[in-house]
Design a protein around this ligand. Structure first.
Ligand code: NAD
Length: 464
């Protein structure tokens, strides 16, 4: 394995500074390295240092990251939209605030103790060491913030490999997080990445023997790749969240929630409502109330056909050009002009419409009518396609909600709110931008990135 001499020199300088009792290391290192190997070597050194530091220092590092990313929030949200052409500036800002403030920190790895007739058992959540994290184009800022806070809180170092098309934003965010760590007295190299992430460097991260755990946030193919790596892997994959509305729902509220949930960030959150399924009896009201929000445009059947032709390729794939774009841009290319106030286009779709089955990731939402709630549940389960990701229901009927939740088995199930309530935005609970459905960890947090260690003390320390 080749190691870059500049990096070695920087690392040696850091170690010497520390050995000679110098102040917090002054280093040129900004978290970006020429090669994956260099990033890995820096991460290994940094992780050893981190676990030698106090938990109080680790908390300071996490606090520093939270503050620093909020300071650059607007700048990097704008850069993310400019570079990837995905999503909306104001929603990226919300995403980053959410990740900075609602990602659990060191408190998430609090130890557990159990005493009994035979003494004491202590369970601690230990770091796994060095983590390799692959991040999606859809959330180049949020995932980095969320993963960094969770992984470092658990005592790990992390080598990121961002989506190549979100390279600049991800690199900038990584530098900000890196600087925040060093400013709080943390070790350089605790978060790292190659300067120029590609699919090839992603492969190097996956195959590097010194990386102990892989975390892939993206589509099903990359999740499958990391699962085949032979390493402990966490896979957060694609979804196609259905929202089901039954005849007992508060229809006006449901309409508002779906309009907001499906259009946030132009539909690029993996949790966004991607198809609305509504019981026939209340379908007209739902559509009417959605229009009355003033933000939802109802396509005529003929317009819907034109939009479908534009955004779905002849071989039934989503046309990448329209992913995450504003609804005005998509509709304009289909020859439809709408005002700036709109956030979402909806249309009545048949059950076999491609946008019902594909993860469209854009503010165009099919609405499918069903005879009754049972037909709706059965159909929604099919539409979710076993992703075990997210489902939403609007209902006031407890049995209906229970039946749907049992049938669909998703990681996130939101009742009577917009989809994003399920990731802690206007809903209870912590946030995660790595939602591990395929591998079952759910909304990841610091504890996810640990290994459990038990310590048993025989016949003592039960003091009652
Ligand atoms: P993607 O799968 O194309 O890319 C994800 C990451 O994997 C990127 O860093 C990419 O460079 C890497 N990658 C992809 N193919 C690779 C290969 N063959 N070899 C090596 N590396 C590879 O996903 P995307 O388009 O960036 O993001 C959108 C997808 O991510 C959607 O399907 C969305 O639902 C999903 N997503 C899921 C979650 C979740 O928490 N479950 C969160 C955000 C996004």
């Amino acid at each position: 394995m080749e190691t870059n001499p500049e990096v070695v020199a920087a690392l040696v300088k850091m170690v010497l500074q520390e050995l000679t009792g110098g102040e917090a290391p002054k280093t040129e290192c900004d978290g970006l390295f020429p090669t994956v190997n260099d990033a890995v070597e820096a991460g290994l050194v940094a992780q050893k240092k981190l676990i030698g530091m106090s938990l109080e220092r680790r908390k300071d590092i996490i606090a520093s990251i939270r503050n620093a990313v909020l300071e650059v929030n607007e700048e990097l949200s704008a850069l993310a939209v400019e570079e990837t052409h995905l999503g909306r500036f104001e929603d990226k800002v919300r995403e980053n605030i959410l990740c900075a403030t609602k990602t659990p920190g060191v408190e998430d790895i609090e130890a557990r103790a159990l005493t009994g007739d035979h003494g004491l058992m202590l369970l601690e959540y230990a770091p796994v060491g060095l983590i390799g994290a692959l991040t999606p184009i859809t959330n180049p800022t949020g995932t980095l913030i969320n993963n960094s806070i969770g992984m470092i809180s658990a005592g790990n170092a992390v080598v990121f490999n961002a989506h190549p098309s979100a390279r600049n934003t991800s690199s900038r965010m990584l530098q900000v997080i890196h600087r925040a760590i060093v400013n709080a007295g943390g070790p350089p190299g605790l978060v790292s990445s190659v300067r120029n992430p590609t699919l090839e460097t992603a492969k190097e991260v996956i195959e590097n023997p010194k990386i102990n755990m892989l975390v892939a946030t993206g589509g099903r193919p990359i999740v499958n790749i990391v699962l085949r790596s032979g390493k402990k892997a966490i896979g957060a994959g694609a979804g196609n969240p259905p929202v089901l509305v039954d005849e007992t729902a508060q229809i006006r509220k449901a309409a508002k929630c779906i309009a907001s949930g499906a259009s946030i960030n132009n539909g690029i959150f993996c949790t966004c409502e991607k198809v609305a399924i509504v019981v026939q009896e209340v379908a007209d009201s739902l559509i009417k109330f959605m229009q009355e929000t003033g933000r939802v445009y109802l396509l005529t059947p003929e317009e819907a056909e034109r939009v479908t032709k534009l955004v779905v390729t002849p071989d039934r794939h989503i046309n990448g050009k329209y992913i995450g774009r504003d609804v005005q841009v998509i509709l304009r290319d289909a020859g439809i002009e709408i005002g700036d106030e709109y956030r979402l286009a909806i249309f009545e779709a048949s059950a076999d419409h491609p946008l019902v089955w594909l993860e469209q990731m854009m503010p165009v939402l099919p609405v499918v009518r069903v005879k009754d709630v049972n037909e709706g549940i059965e159909f929604a389960v099919k539409v979710e396609q076993g992703n075990r990701h997210t489902a939403i229901m609007h209902s006031t009927h407890i049995e209906h909600m229970t039946a749907f939740a049992r049938a669909i088995q998703t990681t996130i199930f939101v009742k009577n709110g917009p989809s994003y309530a399920g990731i802690g935005l206007g809903g209870e609970g912590h946030t995660a931008f790595t939602i591990a459905g395929p591998t079952g960890e759910g909304l990841t947090s610091a504890r996810t990135f640990t290994r459990q260690r038990r310590c048993t003390l025989c016949e003592s320390f039960r003091i009652i």
